[in-house]
Design a protein around this ligand. Structure first.
Ligand SMILES: [Fe+2]
Ligand SMILES: [Fe+2]
Length: 308
């Protein structure tokens, strides 16, 4: 079942690229490509919402845990967002690929509003921290910035889906990698700072990942700046291959850290759910890299046909 969803998602990106080329009169995707694209729109929307609404729900929990007991207003707001995204998550689970695309389009608008609100909340808290109005709270400013970037990404994806236009493939490859490489670099920094300082070997490893991903991010930004001349198939393919190697090893490191934290084998102030959360985000990035690789090499159509 999981595999089928992934294949449909790959197919959707492929189809959307085709749709973009044909979309000269501003028509929505439903009228342009018929049932396949309507269905792919539903599958893709649900896939994004199921993944990111759980992430938003967990951000609310992490932020709440870092607030001071006296900040009851902020705690209430965080609890409110937790409930909102928990409800969105369970409603997204109840829909299926056969749900009417118009219903999903309205659902996307509703989720978009909730994500906009949590984005405002995160930026507000960032402002309070940076002006020293929450002395003694335990959330890093970079964590607020990081989680607000994830909200912004989610909100943007919902807008793209409802407008019927994802970025063309070569732009999507660079944009998504610039976004996710920075996210991965931040994760490595959070892990290094939240492990107990006495876990010297693990802290060193986390710092090495941080340096590795900072370099990959600079490389991605160079490729970005060299657009559109840099968007050749061999360069993009190599870019994906190189990023995949590092993301796989960071993913494995996070998985090990998660298992060690769950088994109470290492000293840290990392919540086990946070360890799992960053592991899932690395898995998501790997899935996106593979989706791009397939779209570049034209594999998705074969996969779709092979799965039916
Ligand atoms: Fe996150
Ligand atoms: Fe993250």
């Amino acid at each position: 079942m999981e595999m089928m969803t992934l294949r449909m998602t790959v197919f959707f990106w492929h189809k959307m690229s085709l749709a973009d080329h044909k979309n000269t009169n501003g028509q929505g995707i439903f009228r342009m490509e018929g049932d396949n694209v309507s269905n792919a729109f539903v599958v893709r929307s649900l896939d994004e919402i199921r993944f990111w609404s759980r992430i938003m729900k967990e951000h609310s929990l992490f932020l709440r845990l870092g607030f001071r007991c006296e900040d009851t207003q902020l705690i209430n707001e965080a609890n409110h967002f937790y409930a909102t995204f928990e409800s969105i998550e369970s409603r997204a689970q109840a829909f299926s690929a056969e749900t009417d695309p118009q219903i999903i389009q309205r659902f996307n608008v509703e989720v978009h509003t909730a994500v906009s609100h949590i984005w405002v909340f995160k930026r507000k808290v960032l402002g309070l921290i940076l002006t020293c109005q929450l002395i003694g709270q335990n959330n890093f400013p970079l964590l607020l910035d990081h989680t607000s970037r994830e909200a912004f990404y989610f909100r943007n994806r919902l807008e793209q889906l409802n407008a019927g236009k994802l970025d063309p493939l070569p732009d999507a490859i660079i944009n998504e990698n610039v976004f996710f490489l920075r996210i991965m670099a931040d994760h490595a920094k959070f892990i290094a700072h939240l492990l107990d300082p006495s876990e010297r070997k693990l802290v060193d490893q986390a710092r090495e990942f941080s340096d590795d991903f900072d370099k990959l991010l600079f490389q991605a930004r160079d490729l970005d700046s060299m657009r559109p001349q840099s968007q050749t198939a061999p360069l993009l393919d190599q870019f994906l291959d190189q990023n995949r190697v590092s993301v796989q090893s960071l993913r494995d490191f996070k998985k090990t850290a998660r298992d060690l934290i769950e088994a109470c084998r290492i000293k840290s102030i990392i919540h086990p759910l946070l360890a799992d959360h960053v592991f899932r985000e690395a898995e998501r990035f790997l899935f996106i890299i593979d989706m791009f690789e397939n779209a570049l090499t034209g594999k998705p159509v074969t996969n779709i046909e092979g799965s039916h």
